[in-house]
Ligand binder design. Structure first.
Ligand code: MNH
Length: 466
């Protein structure tokens, strides 16, 4: 069996059943929060077995640092990731390390995330933010944070990467593509879970049939994006879609197939928005909870942007919001919106000097605990302290993953999120609901749920016009 760990059993939740194993010690709707609430004391490495599948979690920074060593370990596809192969195929995120399309797409698309590329996206990101502010200024001043951050980030990746707008600021309804995409993703996750059950194929086909309309809508939508660009190739220039359609690998001359391009579009639309939206929402949540941090953040925006609430930072200025960057980093430390990644050894090895691990075994680097390891972060590990020192041990905070398969969109996300935070805090005073208790929606990614805030235009910018 894959992930048998040579028959070794790690610590696991109490009350394991003969057939169901640890199913009752899991909450399929909120697995991450359940682990944080109930399984913290299982130690630096533990297992949960559900539906015939063993999941090994690593929660100490020390073991995580070992798994992050690219000389010995590589990315593994967890069952959750494999569950997405039905819709994301060998797209960048879900491809296996040795699949030729991973290298091809990686080499073709790295240039889409260079500094020069980011400079081209910058004005589009700025314009998209302006449209969000337009909606906010017309509205009642009370917003659902996660919903609006999601509109912003989806619109941003759609426009910068594919010249595809989603009308997020002109209608109240969620774009049908988003609904379809969520259905497809949820379906993928459920398939990942039931994959090892007897009769799984039948269940899977039943699920597919039930959602056939939405799935075919998603596919038509993706095909339309490709078709309309082929009709007018000049629209997006060398954005993600332009590169995928027009460019050949500089050394091999190979091109991406139409099927693979469809997988990549879906991958980027999904990977490129939910995680960033969650990161922004958690950052706003913490700022609302920490008035002194909010004050500091606003002072930074005033110092850099000056007295005009409509001032937009230049590309270069975005890197100067050092405190905002710390706020984002600290939010992603506490709530890594992509909560983990899996690693396997290149060759049979010993993990932690004790456990034999073969290339068929994989461990999940469980970021919410790794990034709160008291051995590294001390007794205040669970607290939001943006200015805490960043420890030296390699791999203690890796919200964007690690190694060659780390996030390709990291700079994109950081640039987008920093600019958004800067402009929001510069333009508005934010008031949260003091009785709000953090509740987290776990879909593919983590996102605060039901977090609302009230916006009022800033009247007292701390910098006066000269
Ligand atoms: Mn992103 C891979 C987190 C924003 C596109 N991303 C990863 C991985 C993590 C991750 C973790 C590694 C997963 C693994 O090892 O299995 N990503 C994030 C976070 C944010 C984020 C926390 C925002 C905050 N990601 C983005 C954005 C884009 C993007 C924005 C696109 C514009 N991410 C990707 C792609 C991959 C990836 C594509 C797969 C890269 C590869 O394997 O080659």
């Amino acid at each position: 069996m894959r992930n048998a760990w040579s028959g070794h059993t790690f610590p696991h939740p109490a009350g394991r059943r003969r057939w169901m194993k640890d199913a009752e010690s899991m909450d399929p709707d909120r697995p991450v929060q359940y682990i944080l609430e109930h399984h913290r004391r299982l130690g630096p490495i533990f297992e949960i077995v559900v539906f015939g599948q063993k999941f090994v979690f690593v929660t100490s920074a020390e073991l995580a640092a070992e798994l992050n060593d690219e000389k010995r370990f590589v990315k593994a596809n967890s069952p959750a990731l494999d569950g997405l192969r039905g819709i994301a195929g060998d797209g960048l995120f879900t491809a296996y390390n040795d699949e030729p399309n991973w290298r091809l797409a990686h080499d073709l698309l790295v240039p889409a995330f260079t500094k020069q590329a980011m400079q081209r996206y910058h004005p589009v990101m700025a314009e998209t933010l302006d449209e969000l502010f337009g909606v906010w200024d017309e509205g009642p001043g009370r917003i659902d944070v996660s919903a609006d951050m999601t509109r912003l980030t989806l619109e941003t990746i759609g426009r910068t990467g594919f010249s595809q707008a989603f009308g997020s600021f002109t209608t109240r309804e969620v774009h049908p593509f988003v609904e379809g995409m969520v259905t497809a993703l949820t379906l993928g996750r459920r398939k990942g879970v039931i994959g090892a059950l007897p009769g799984a194929r039948i269940l899977e086909r039943r699920l597919d049939r039930k959602h056939a309309d939405q799935l075919s809508y998603v596919n038509r939508f993706l095909d339309d994006i490709v078709a309309s660009r082929r009709r007018s190739p000049a629209t997006g220039g060398d954005d993600l879609l332009g590169i995928m359609l027009d460019q050949a690998h500089p050394e091999t001359g190979e091109r991406l197939s139409d099927a693979n391009i469809r997988y990549q579009i879906l991958t980027f639309l999904v990977a490129g928005h939910e995680t960033t939206s969650g990161a922004l929402s958690f950052a706003l949540y913490y700022l609302l909870r920490h008035p002194e941090a909010m004050a500091k953040a606003q002072a930074e925006t005033d110092a850099i942007l000056g007295a005009d609430p409509d001032a937009t930072p230049s590309y270069e200025q975005v890197a100067r919001f050092r405190y905002l960057r710390k706020v984002l980093d600290e939010s992603l430390r506490l709530w890594p919106t992509a909560p983990g990644y899996a690693r396997s050894p290149r060759e049979t090895t010993t993990l932690g000097g004790r456990w034999t691990m073969t290339p068929d075994d994989w461990a999940l680097v469980f970021l919410p605990l790794v990034q709160r390891d008291p051995a590294v972060w001390g007794e205040t590990a669970d607290d939001f302290e943006p200015e805490r020192p960043r420890p030296r041990l390699a791999g203690t905070a890796k919200p964007f993953g690690t190694g060659e398969r780390a996030c390709i969109g990291r700079q994109f996300a950081v640039h987008e999120a920093t600019m958004a935070l800067a402009r929001i805090l510069h333009r508005y005073d934010l008031v949260g609901d003091p009785s709000y208790e953090l509740s987290i929606d776990e879909r593919l990614t983590l996102m605060p749920q039901g977090l609302e805030l009230t916006l009022t235009p800033r009247h007292t910018l701390s910098v006066r016009p000269a």
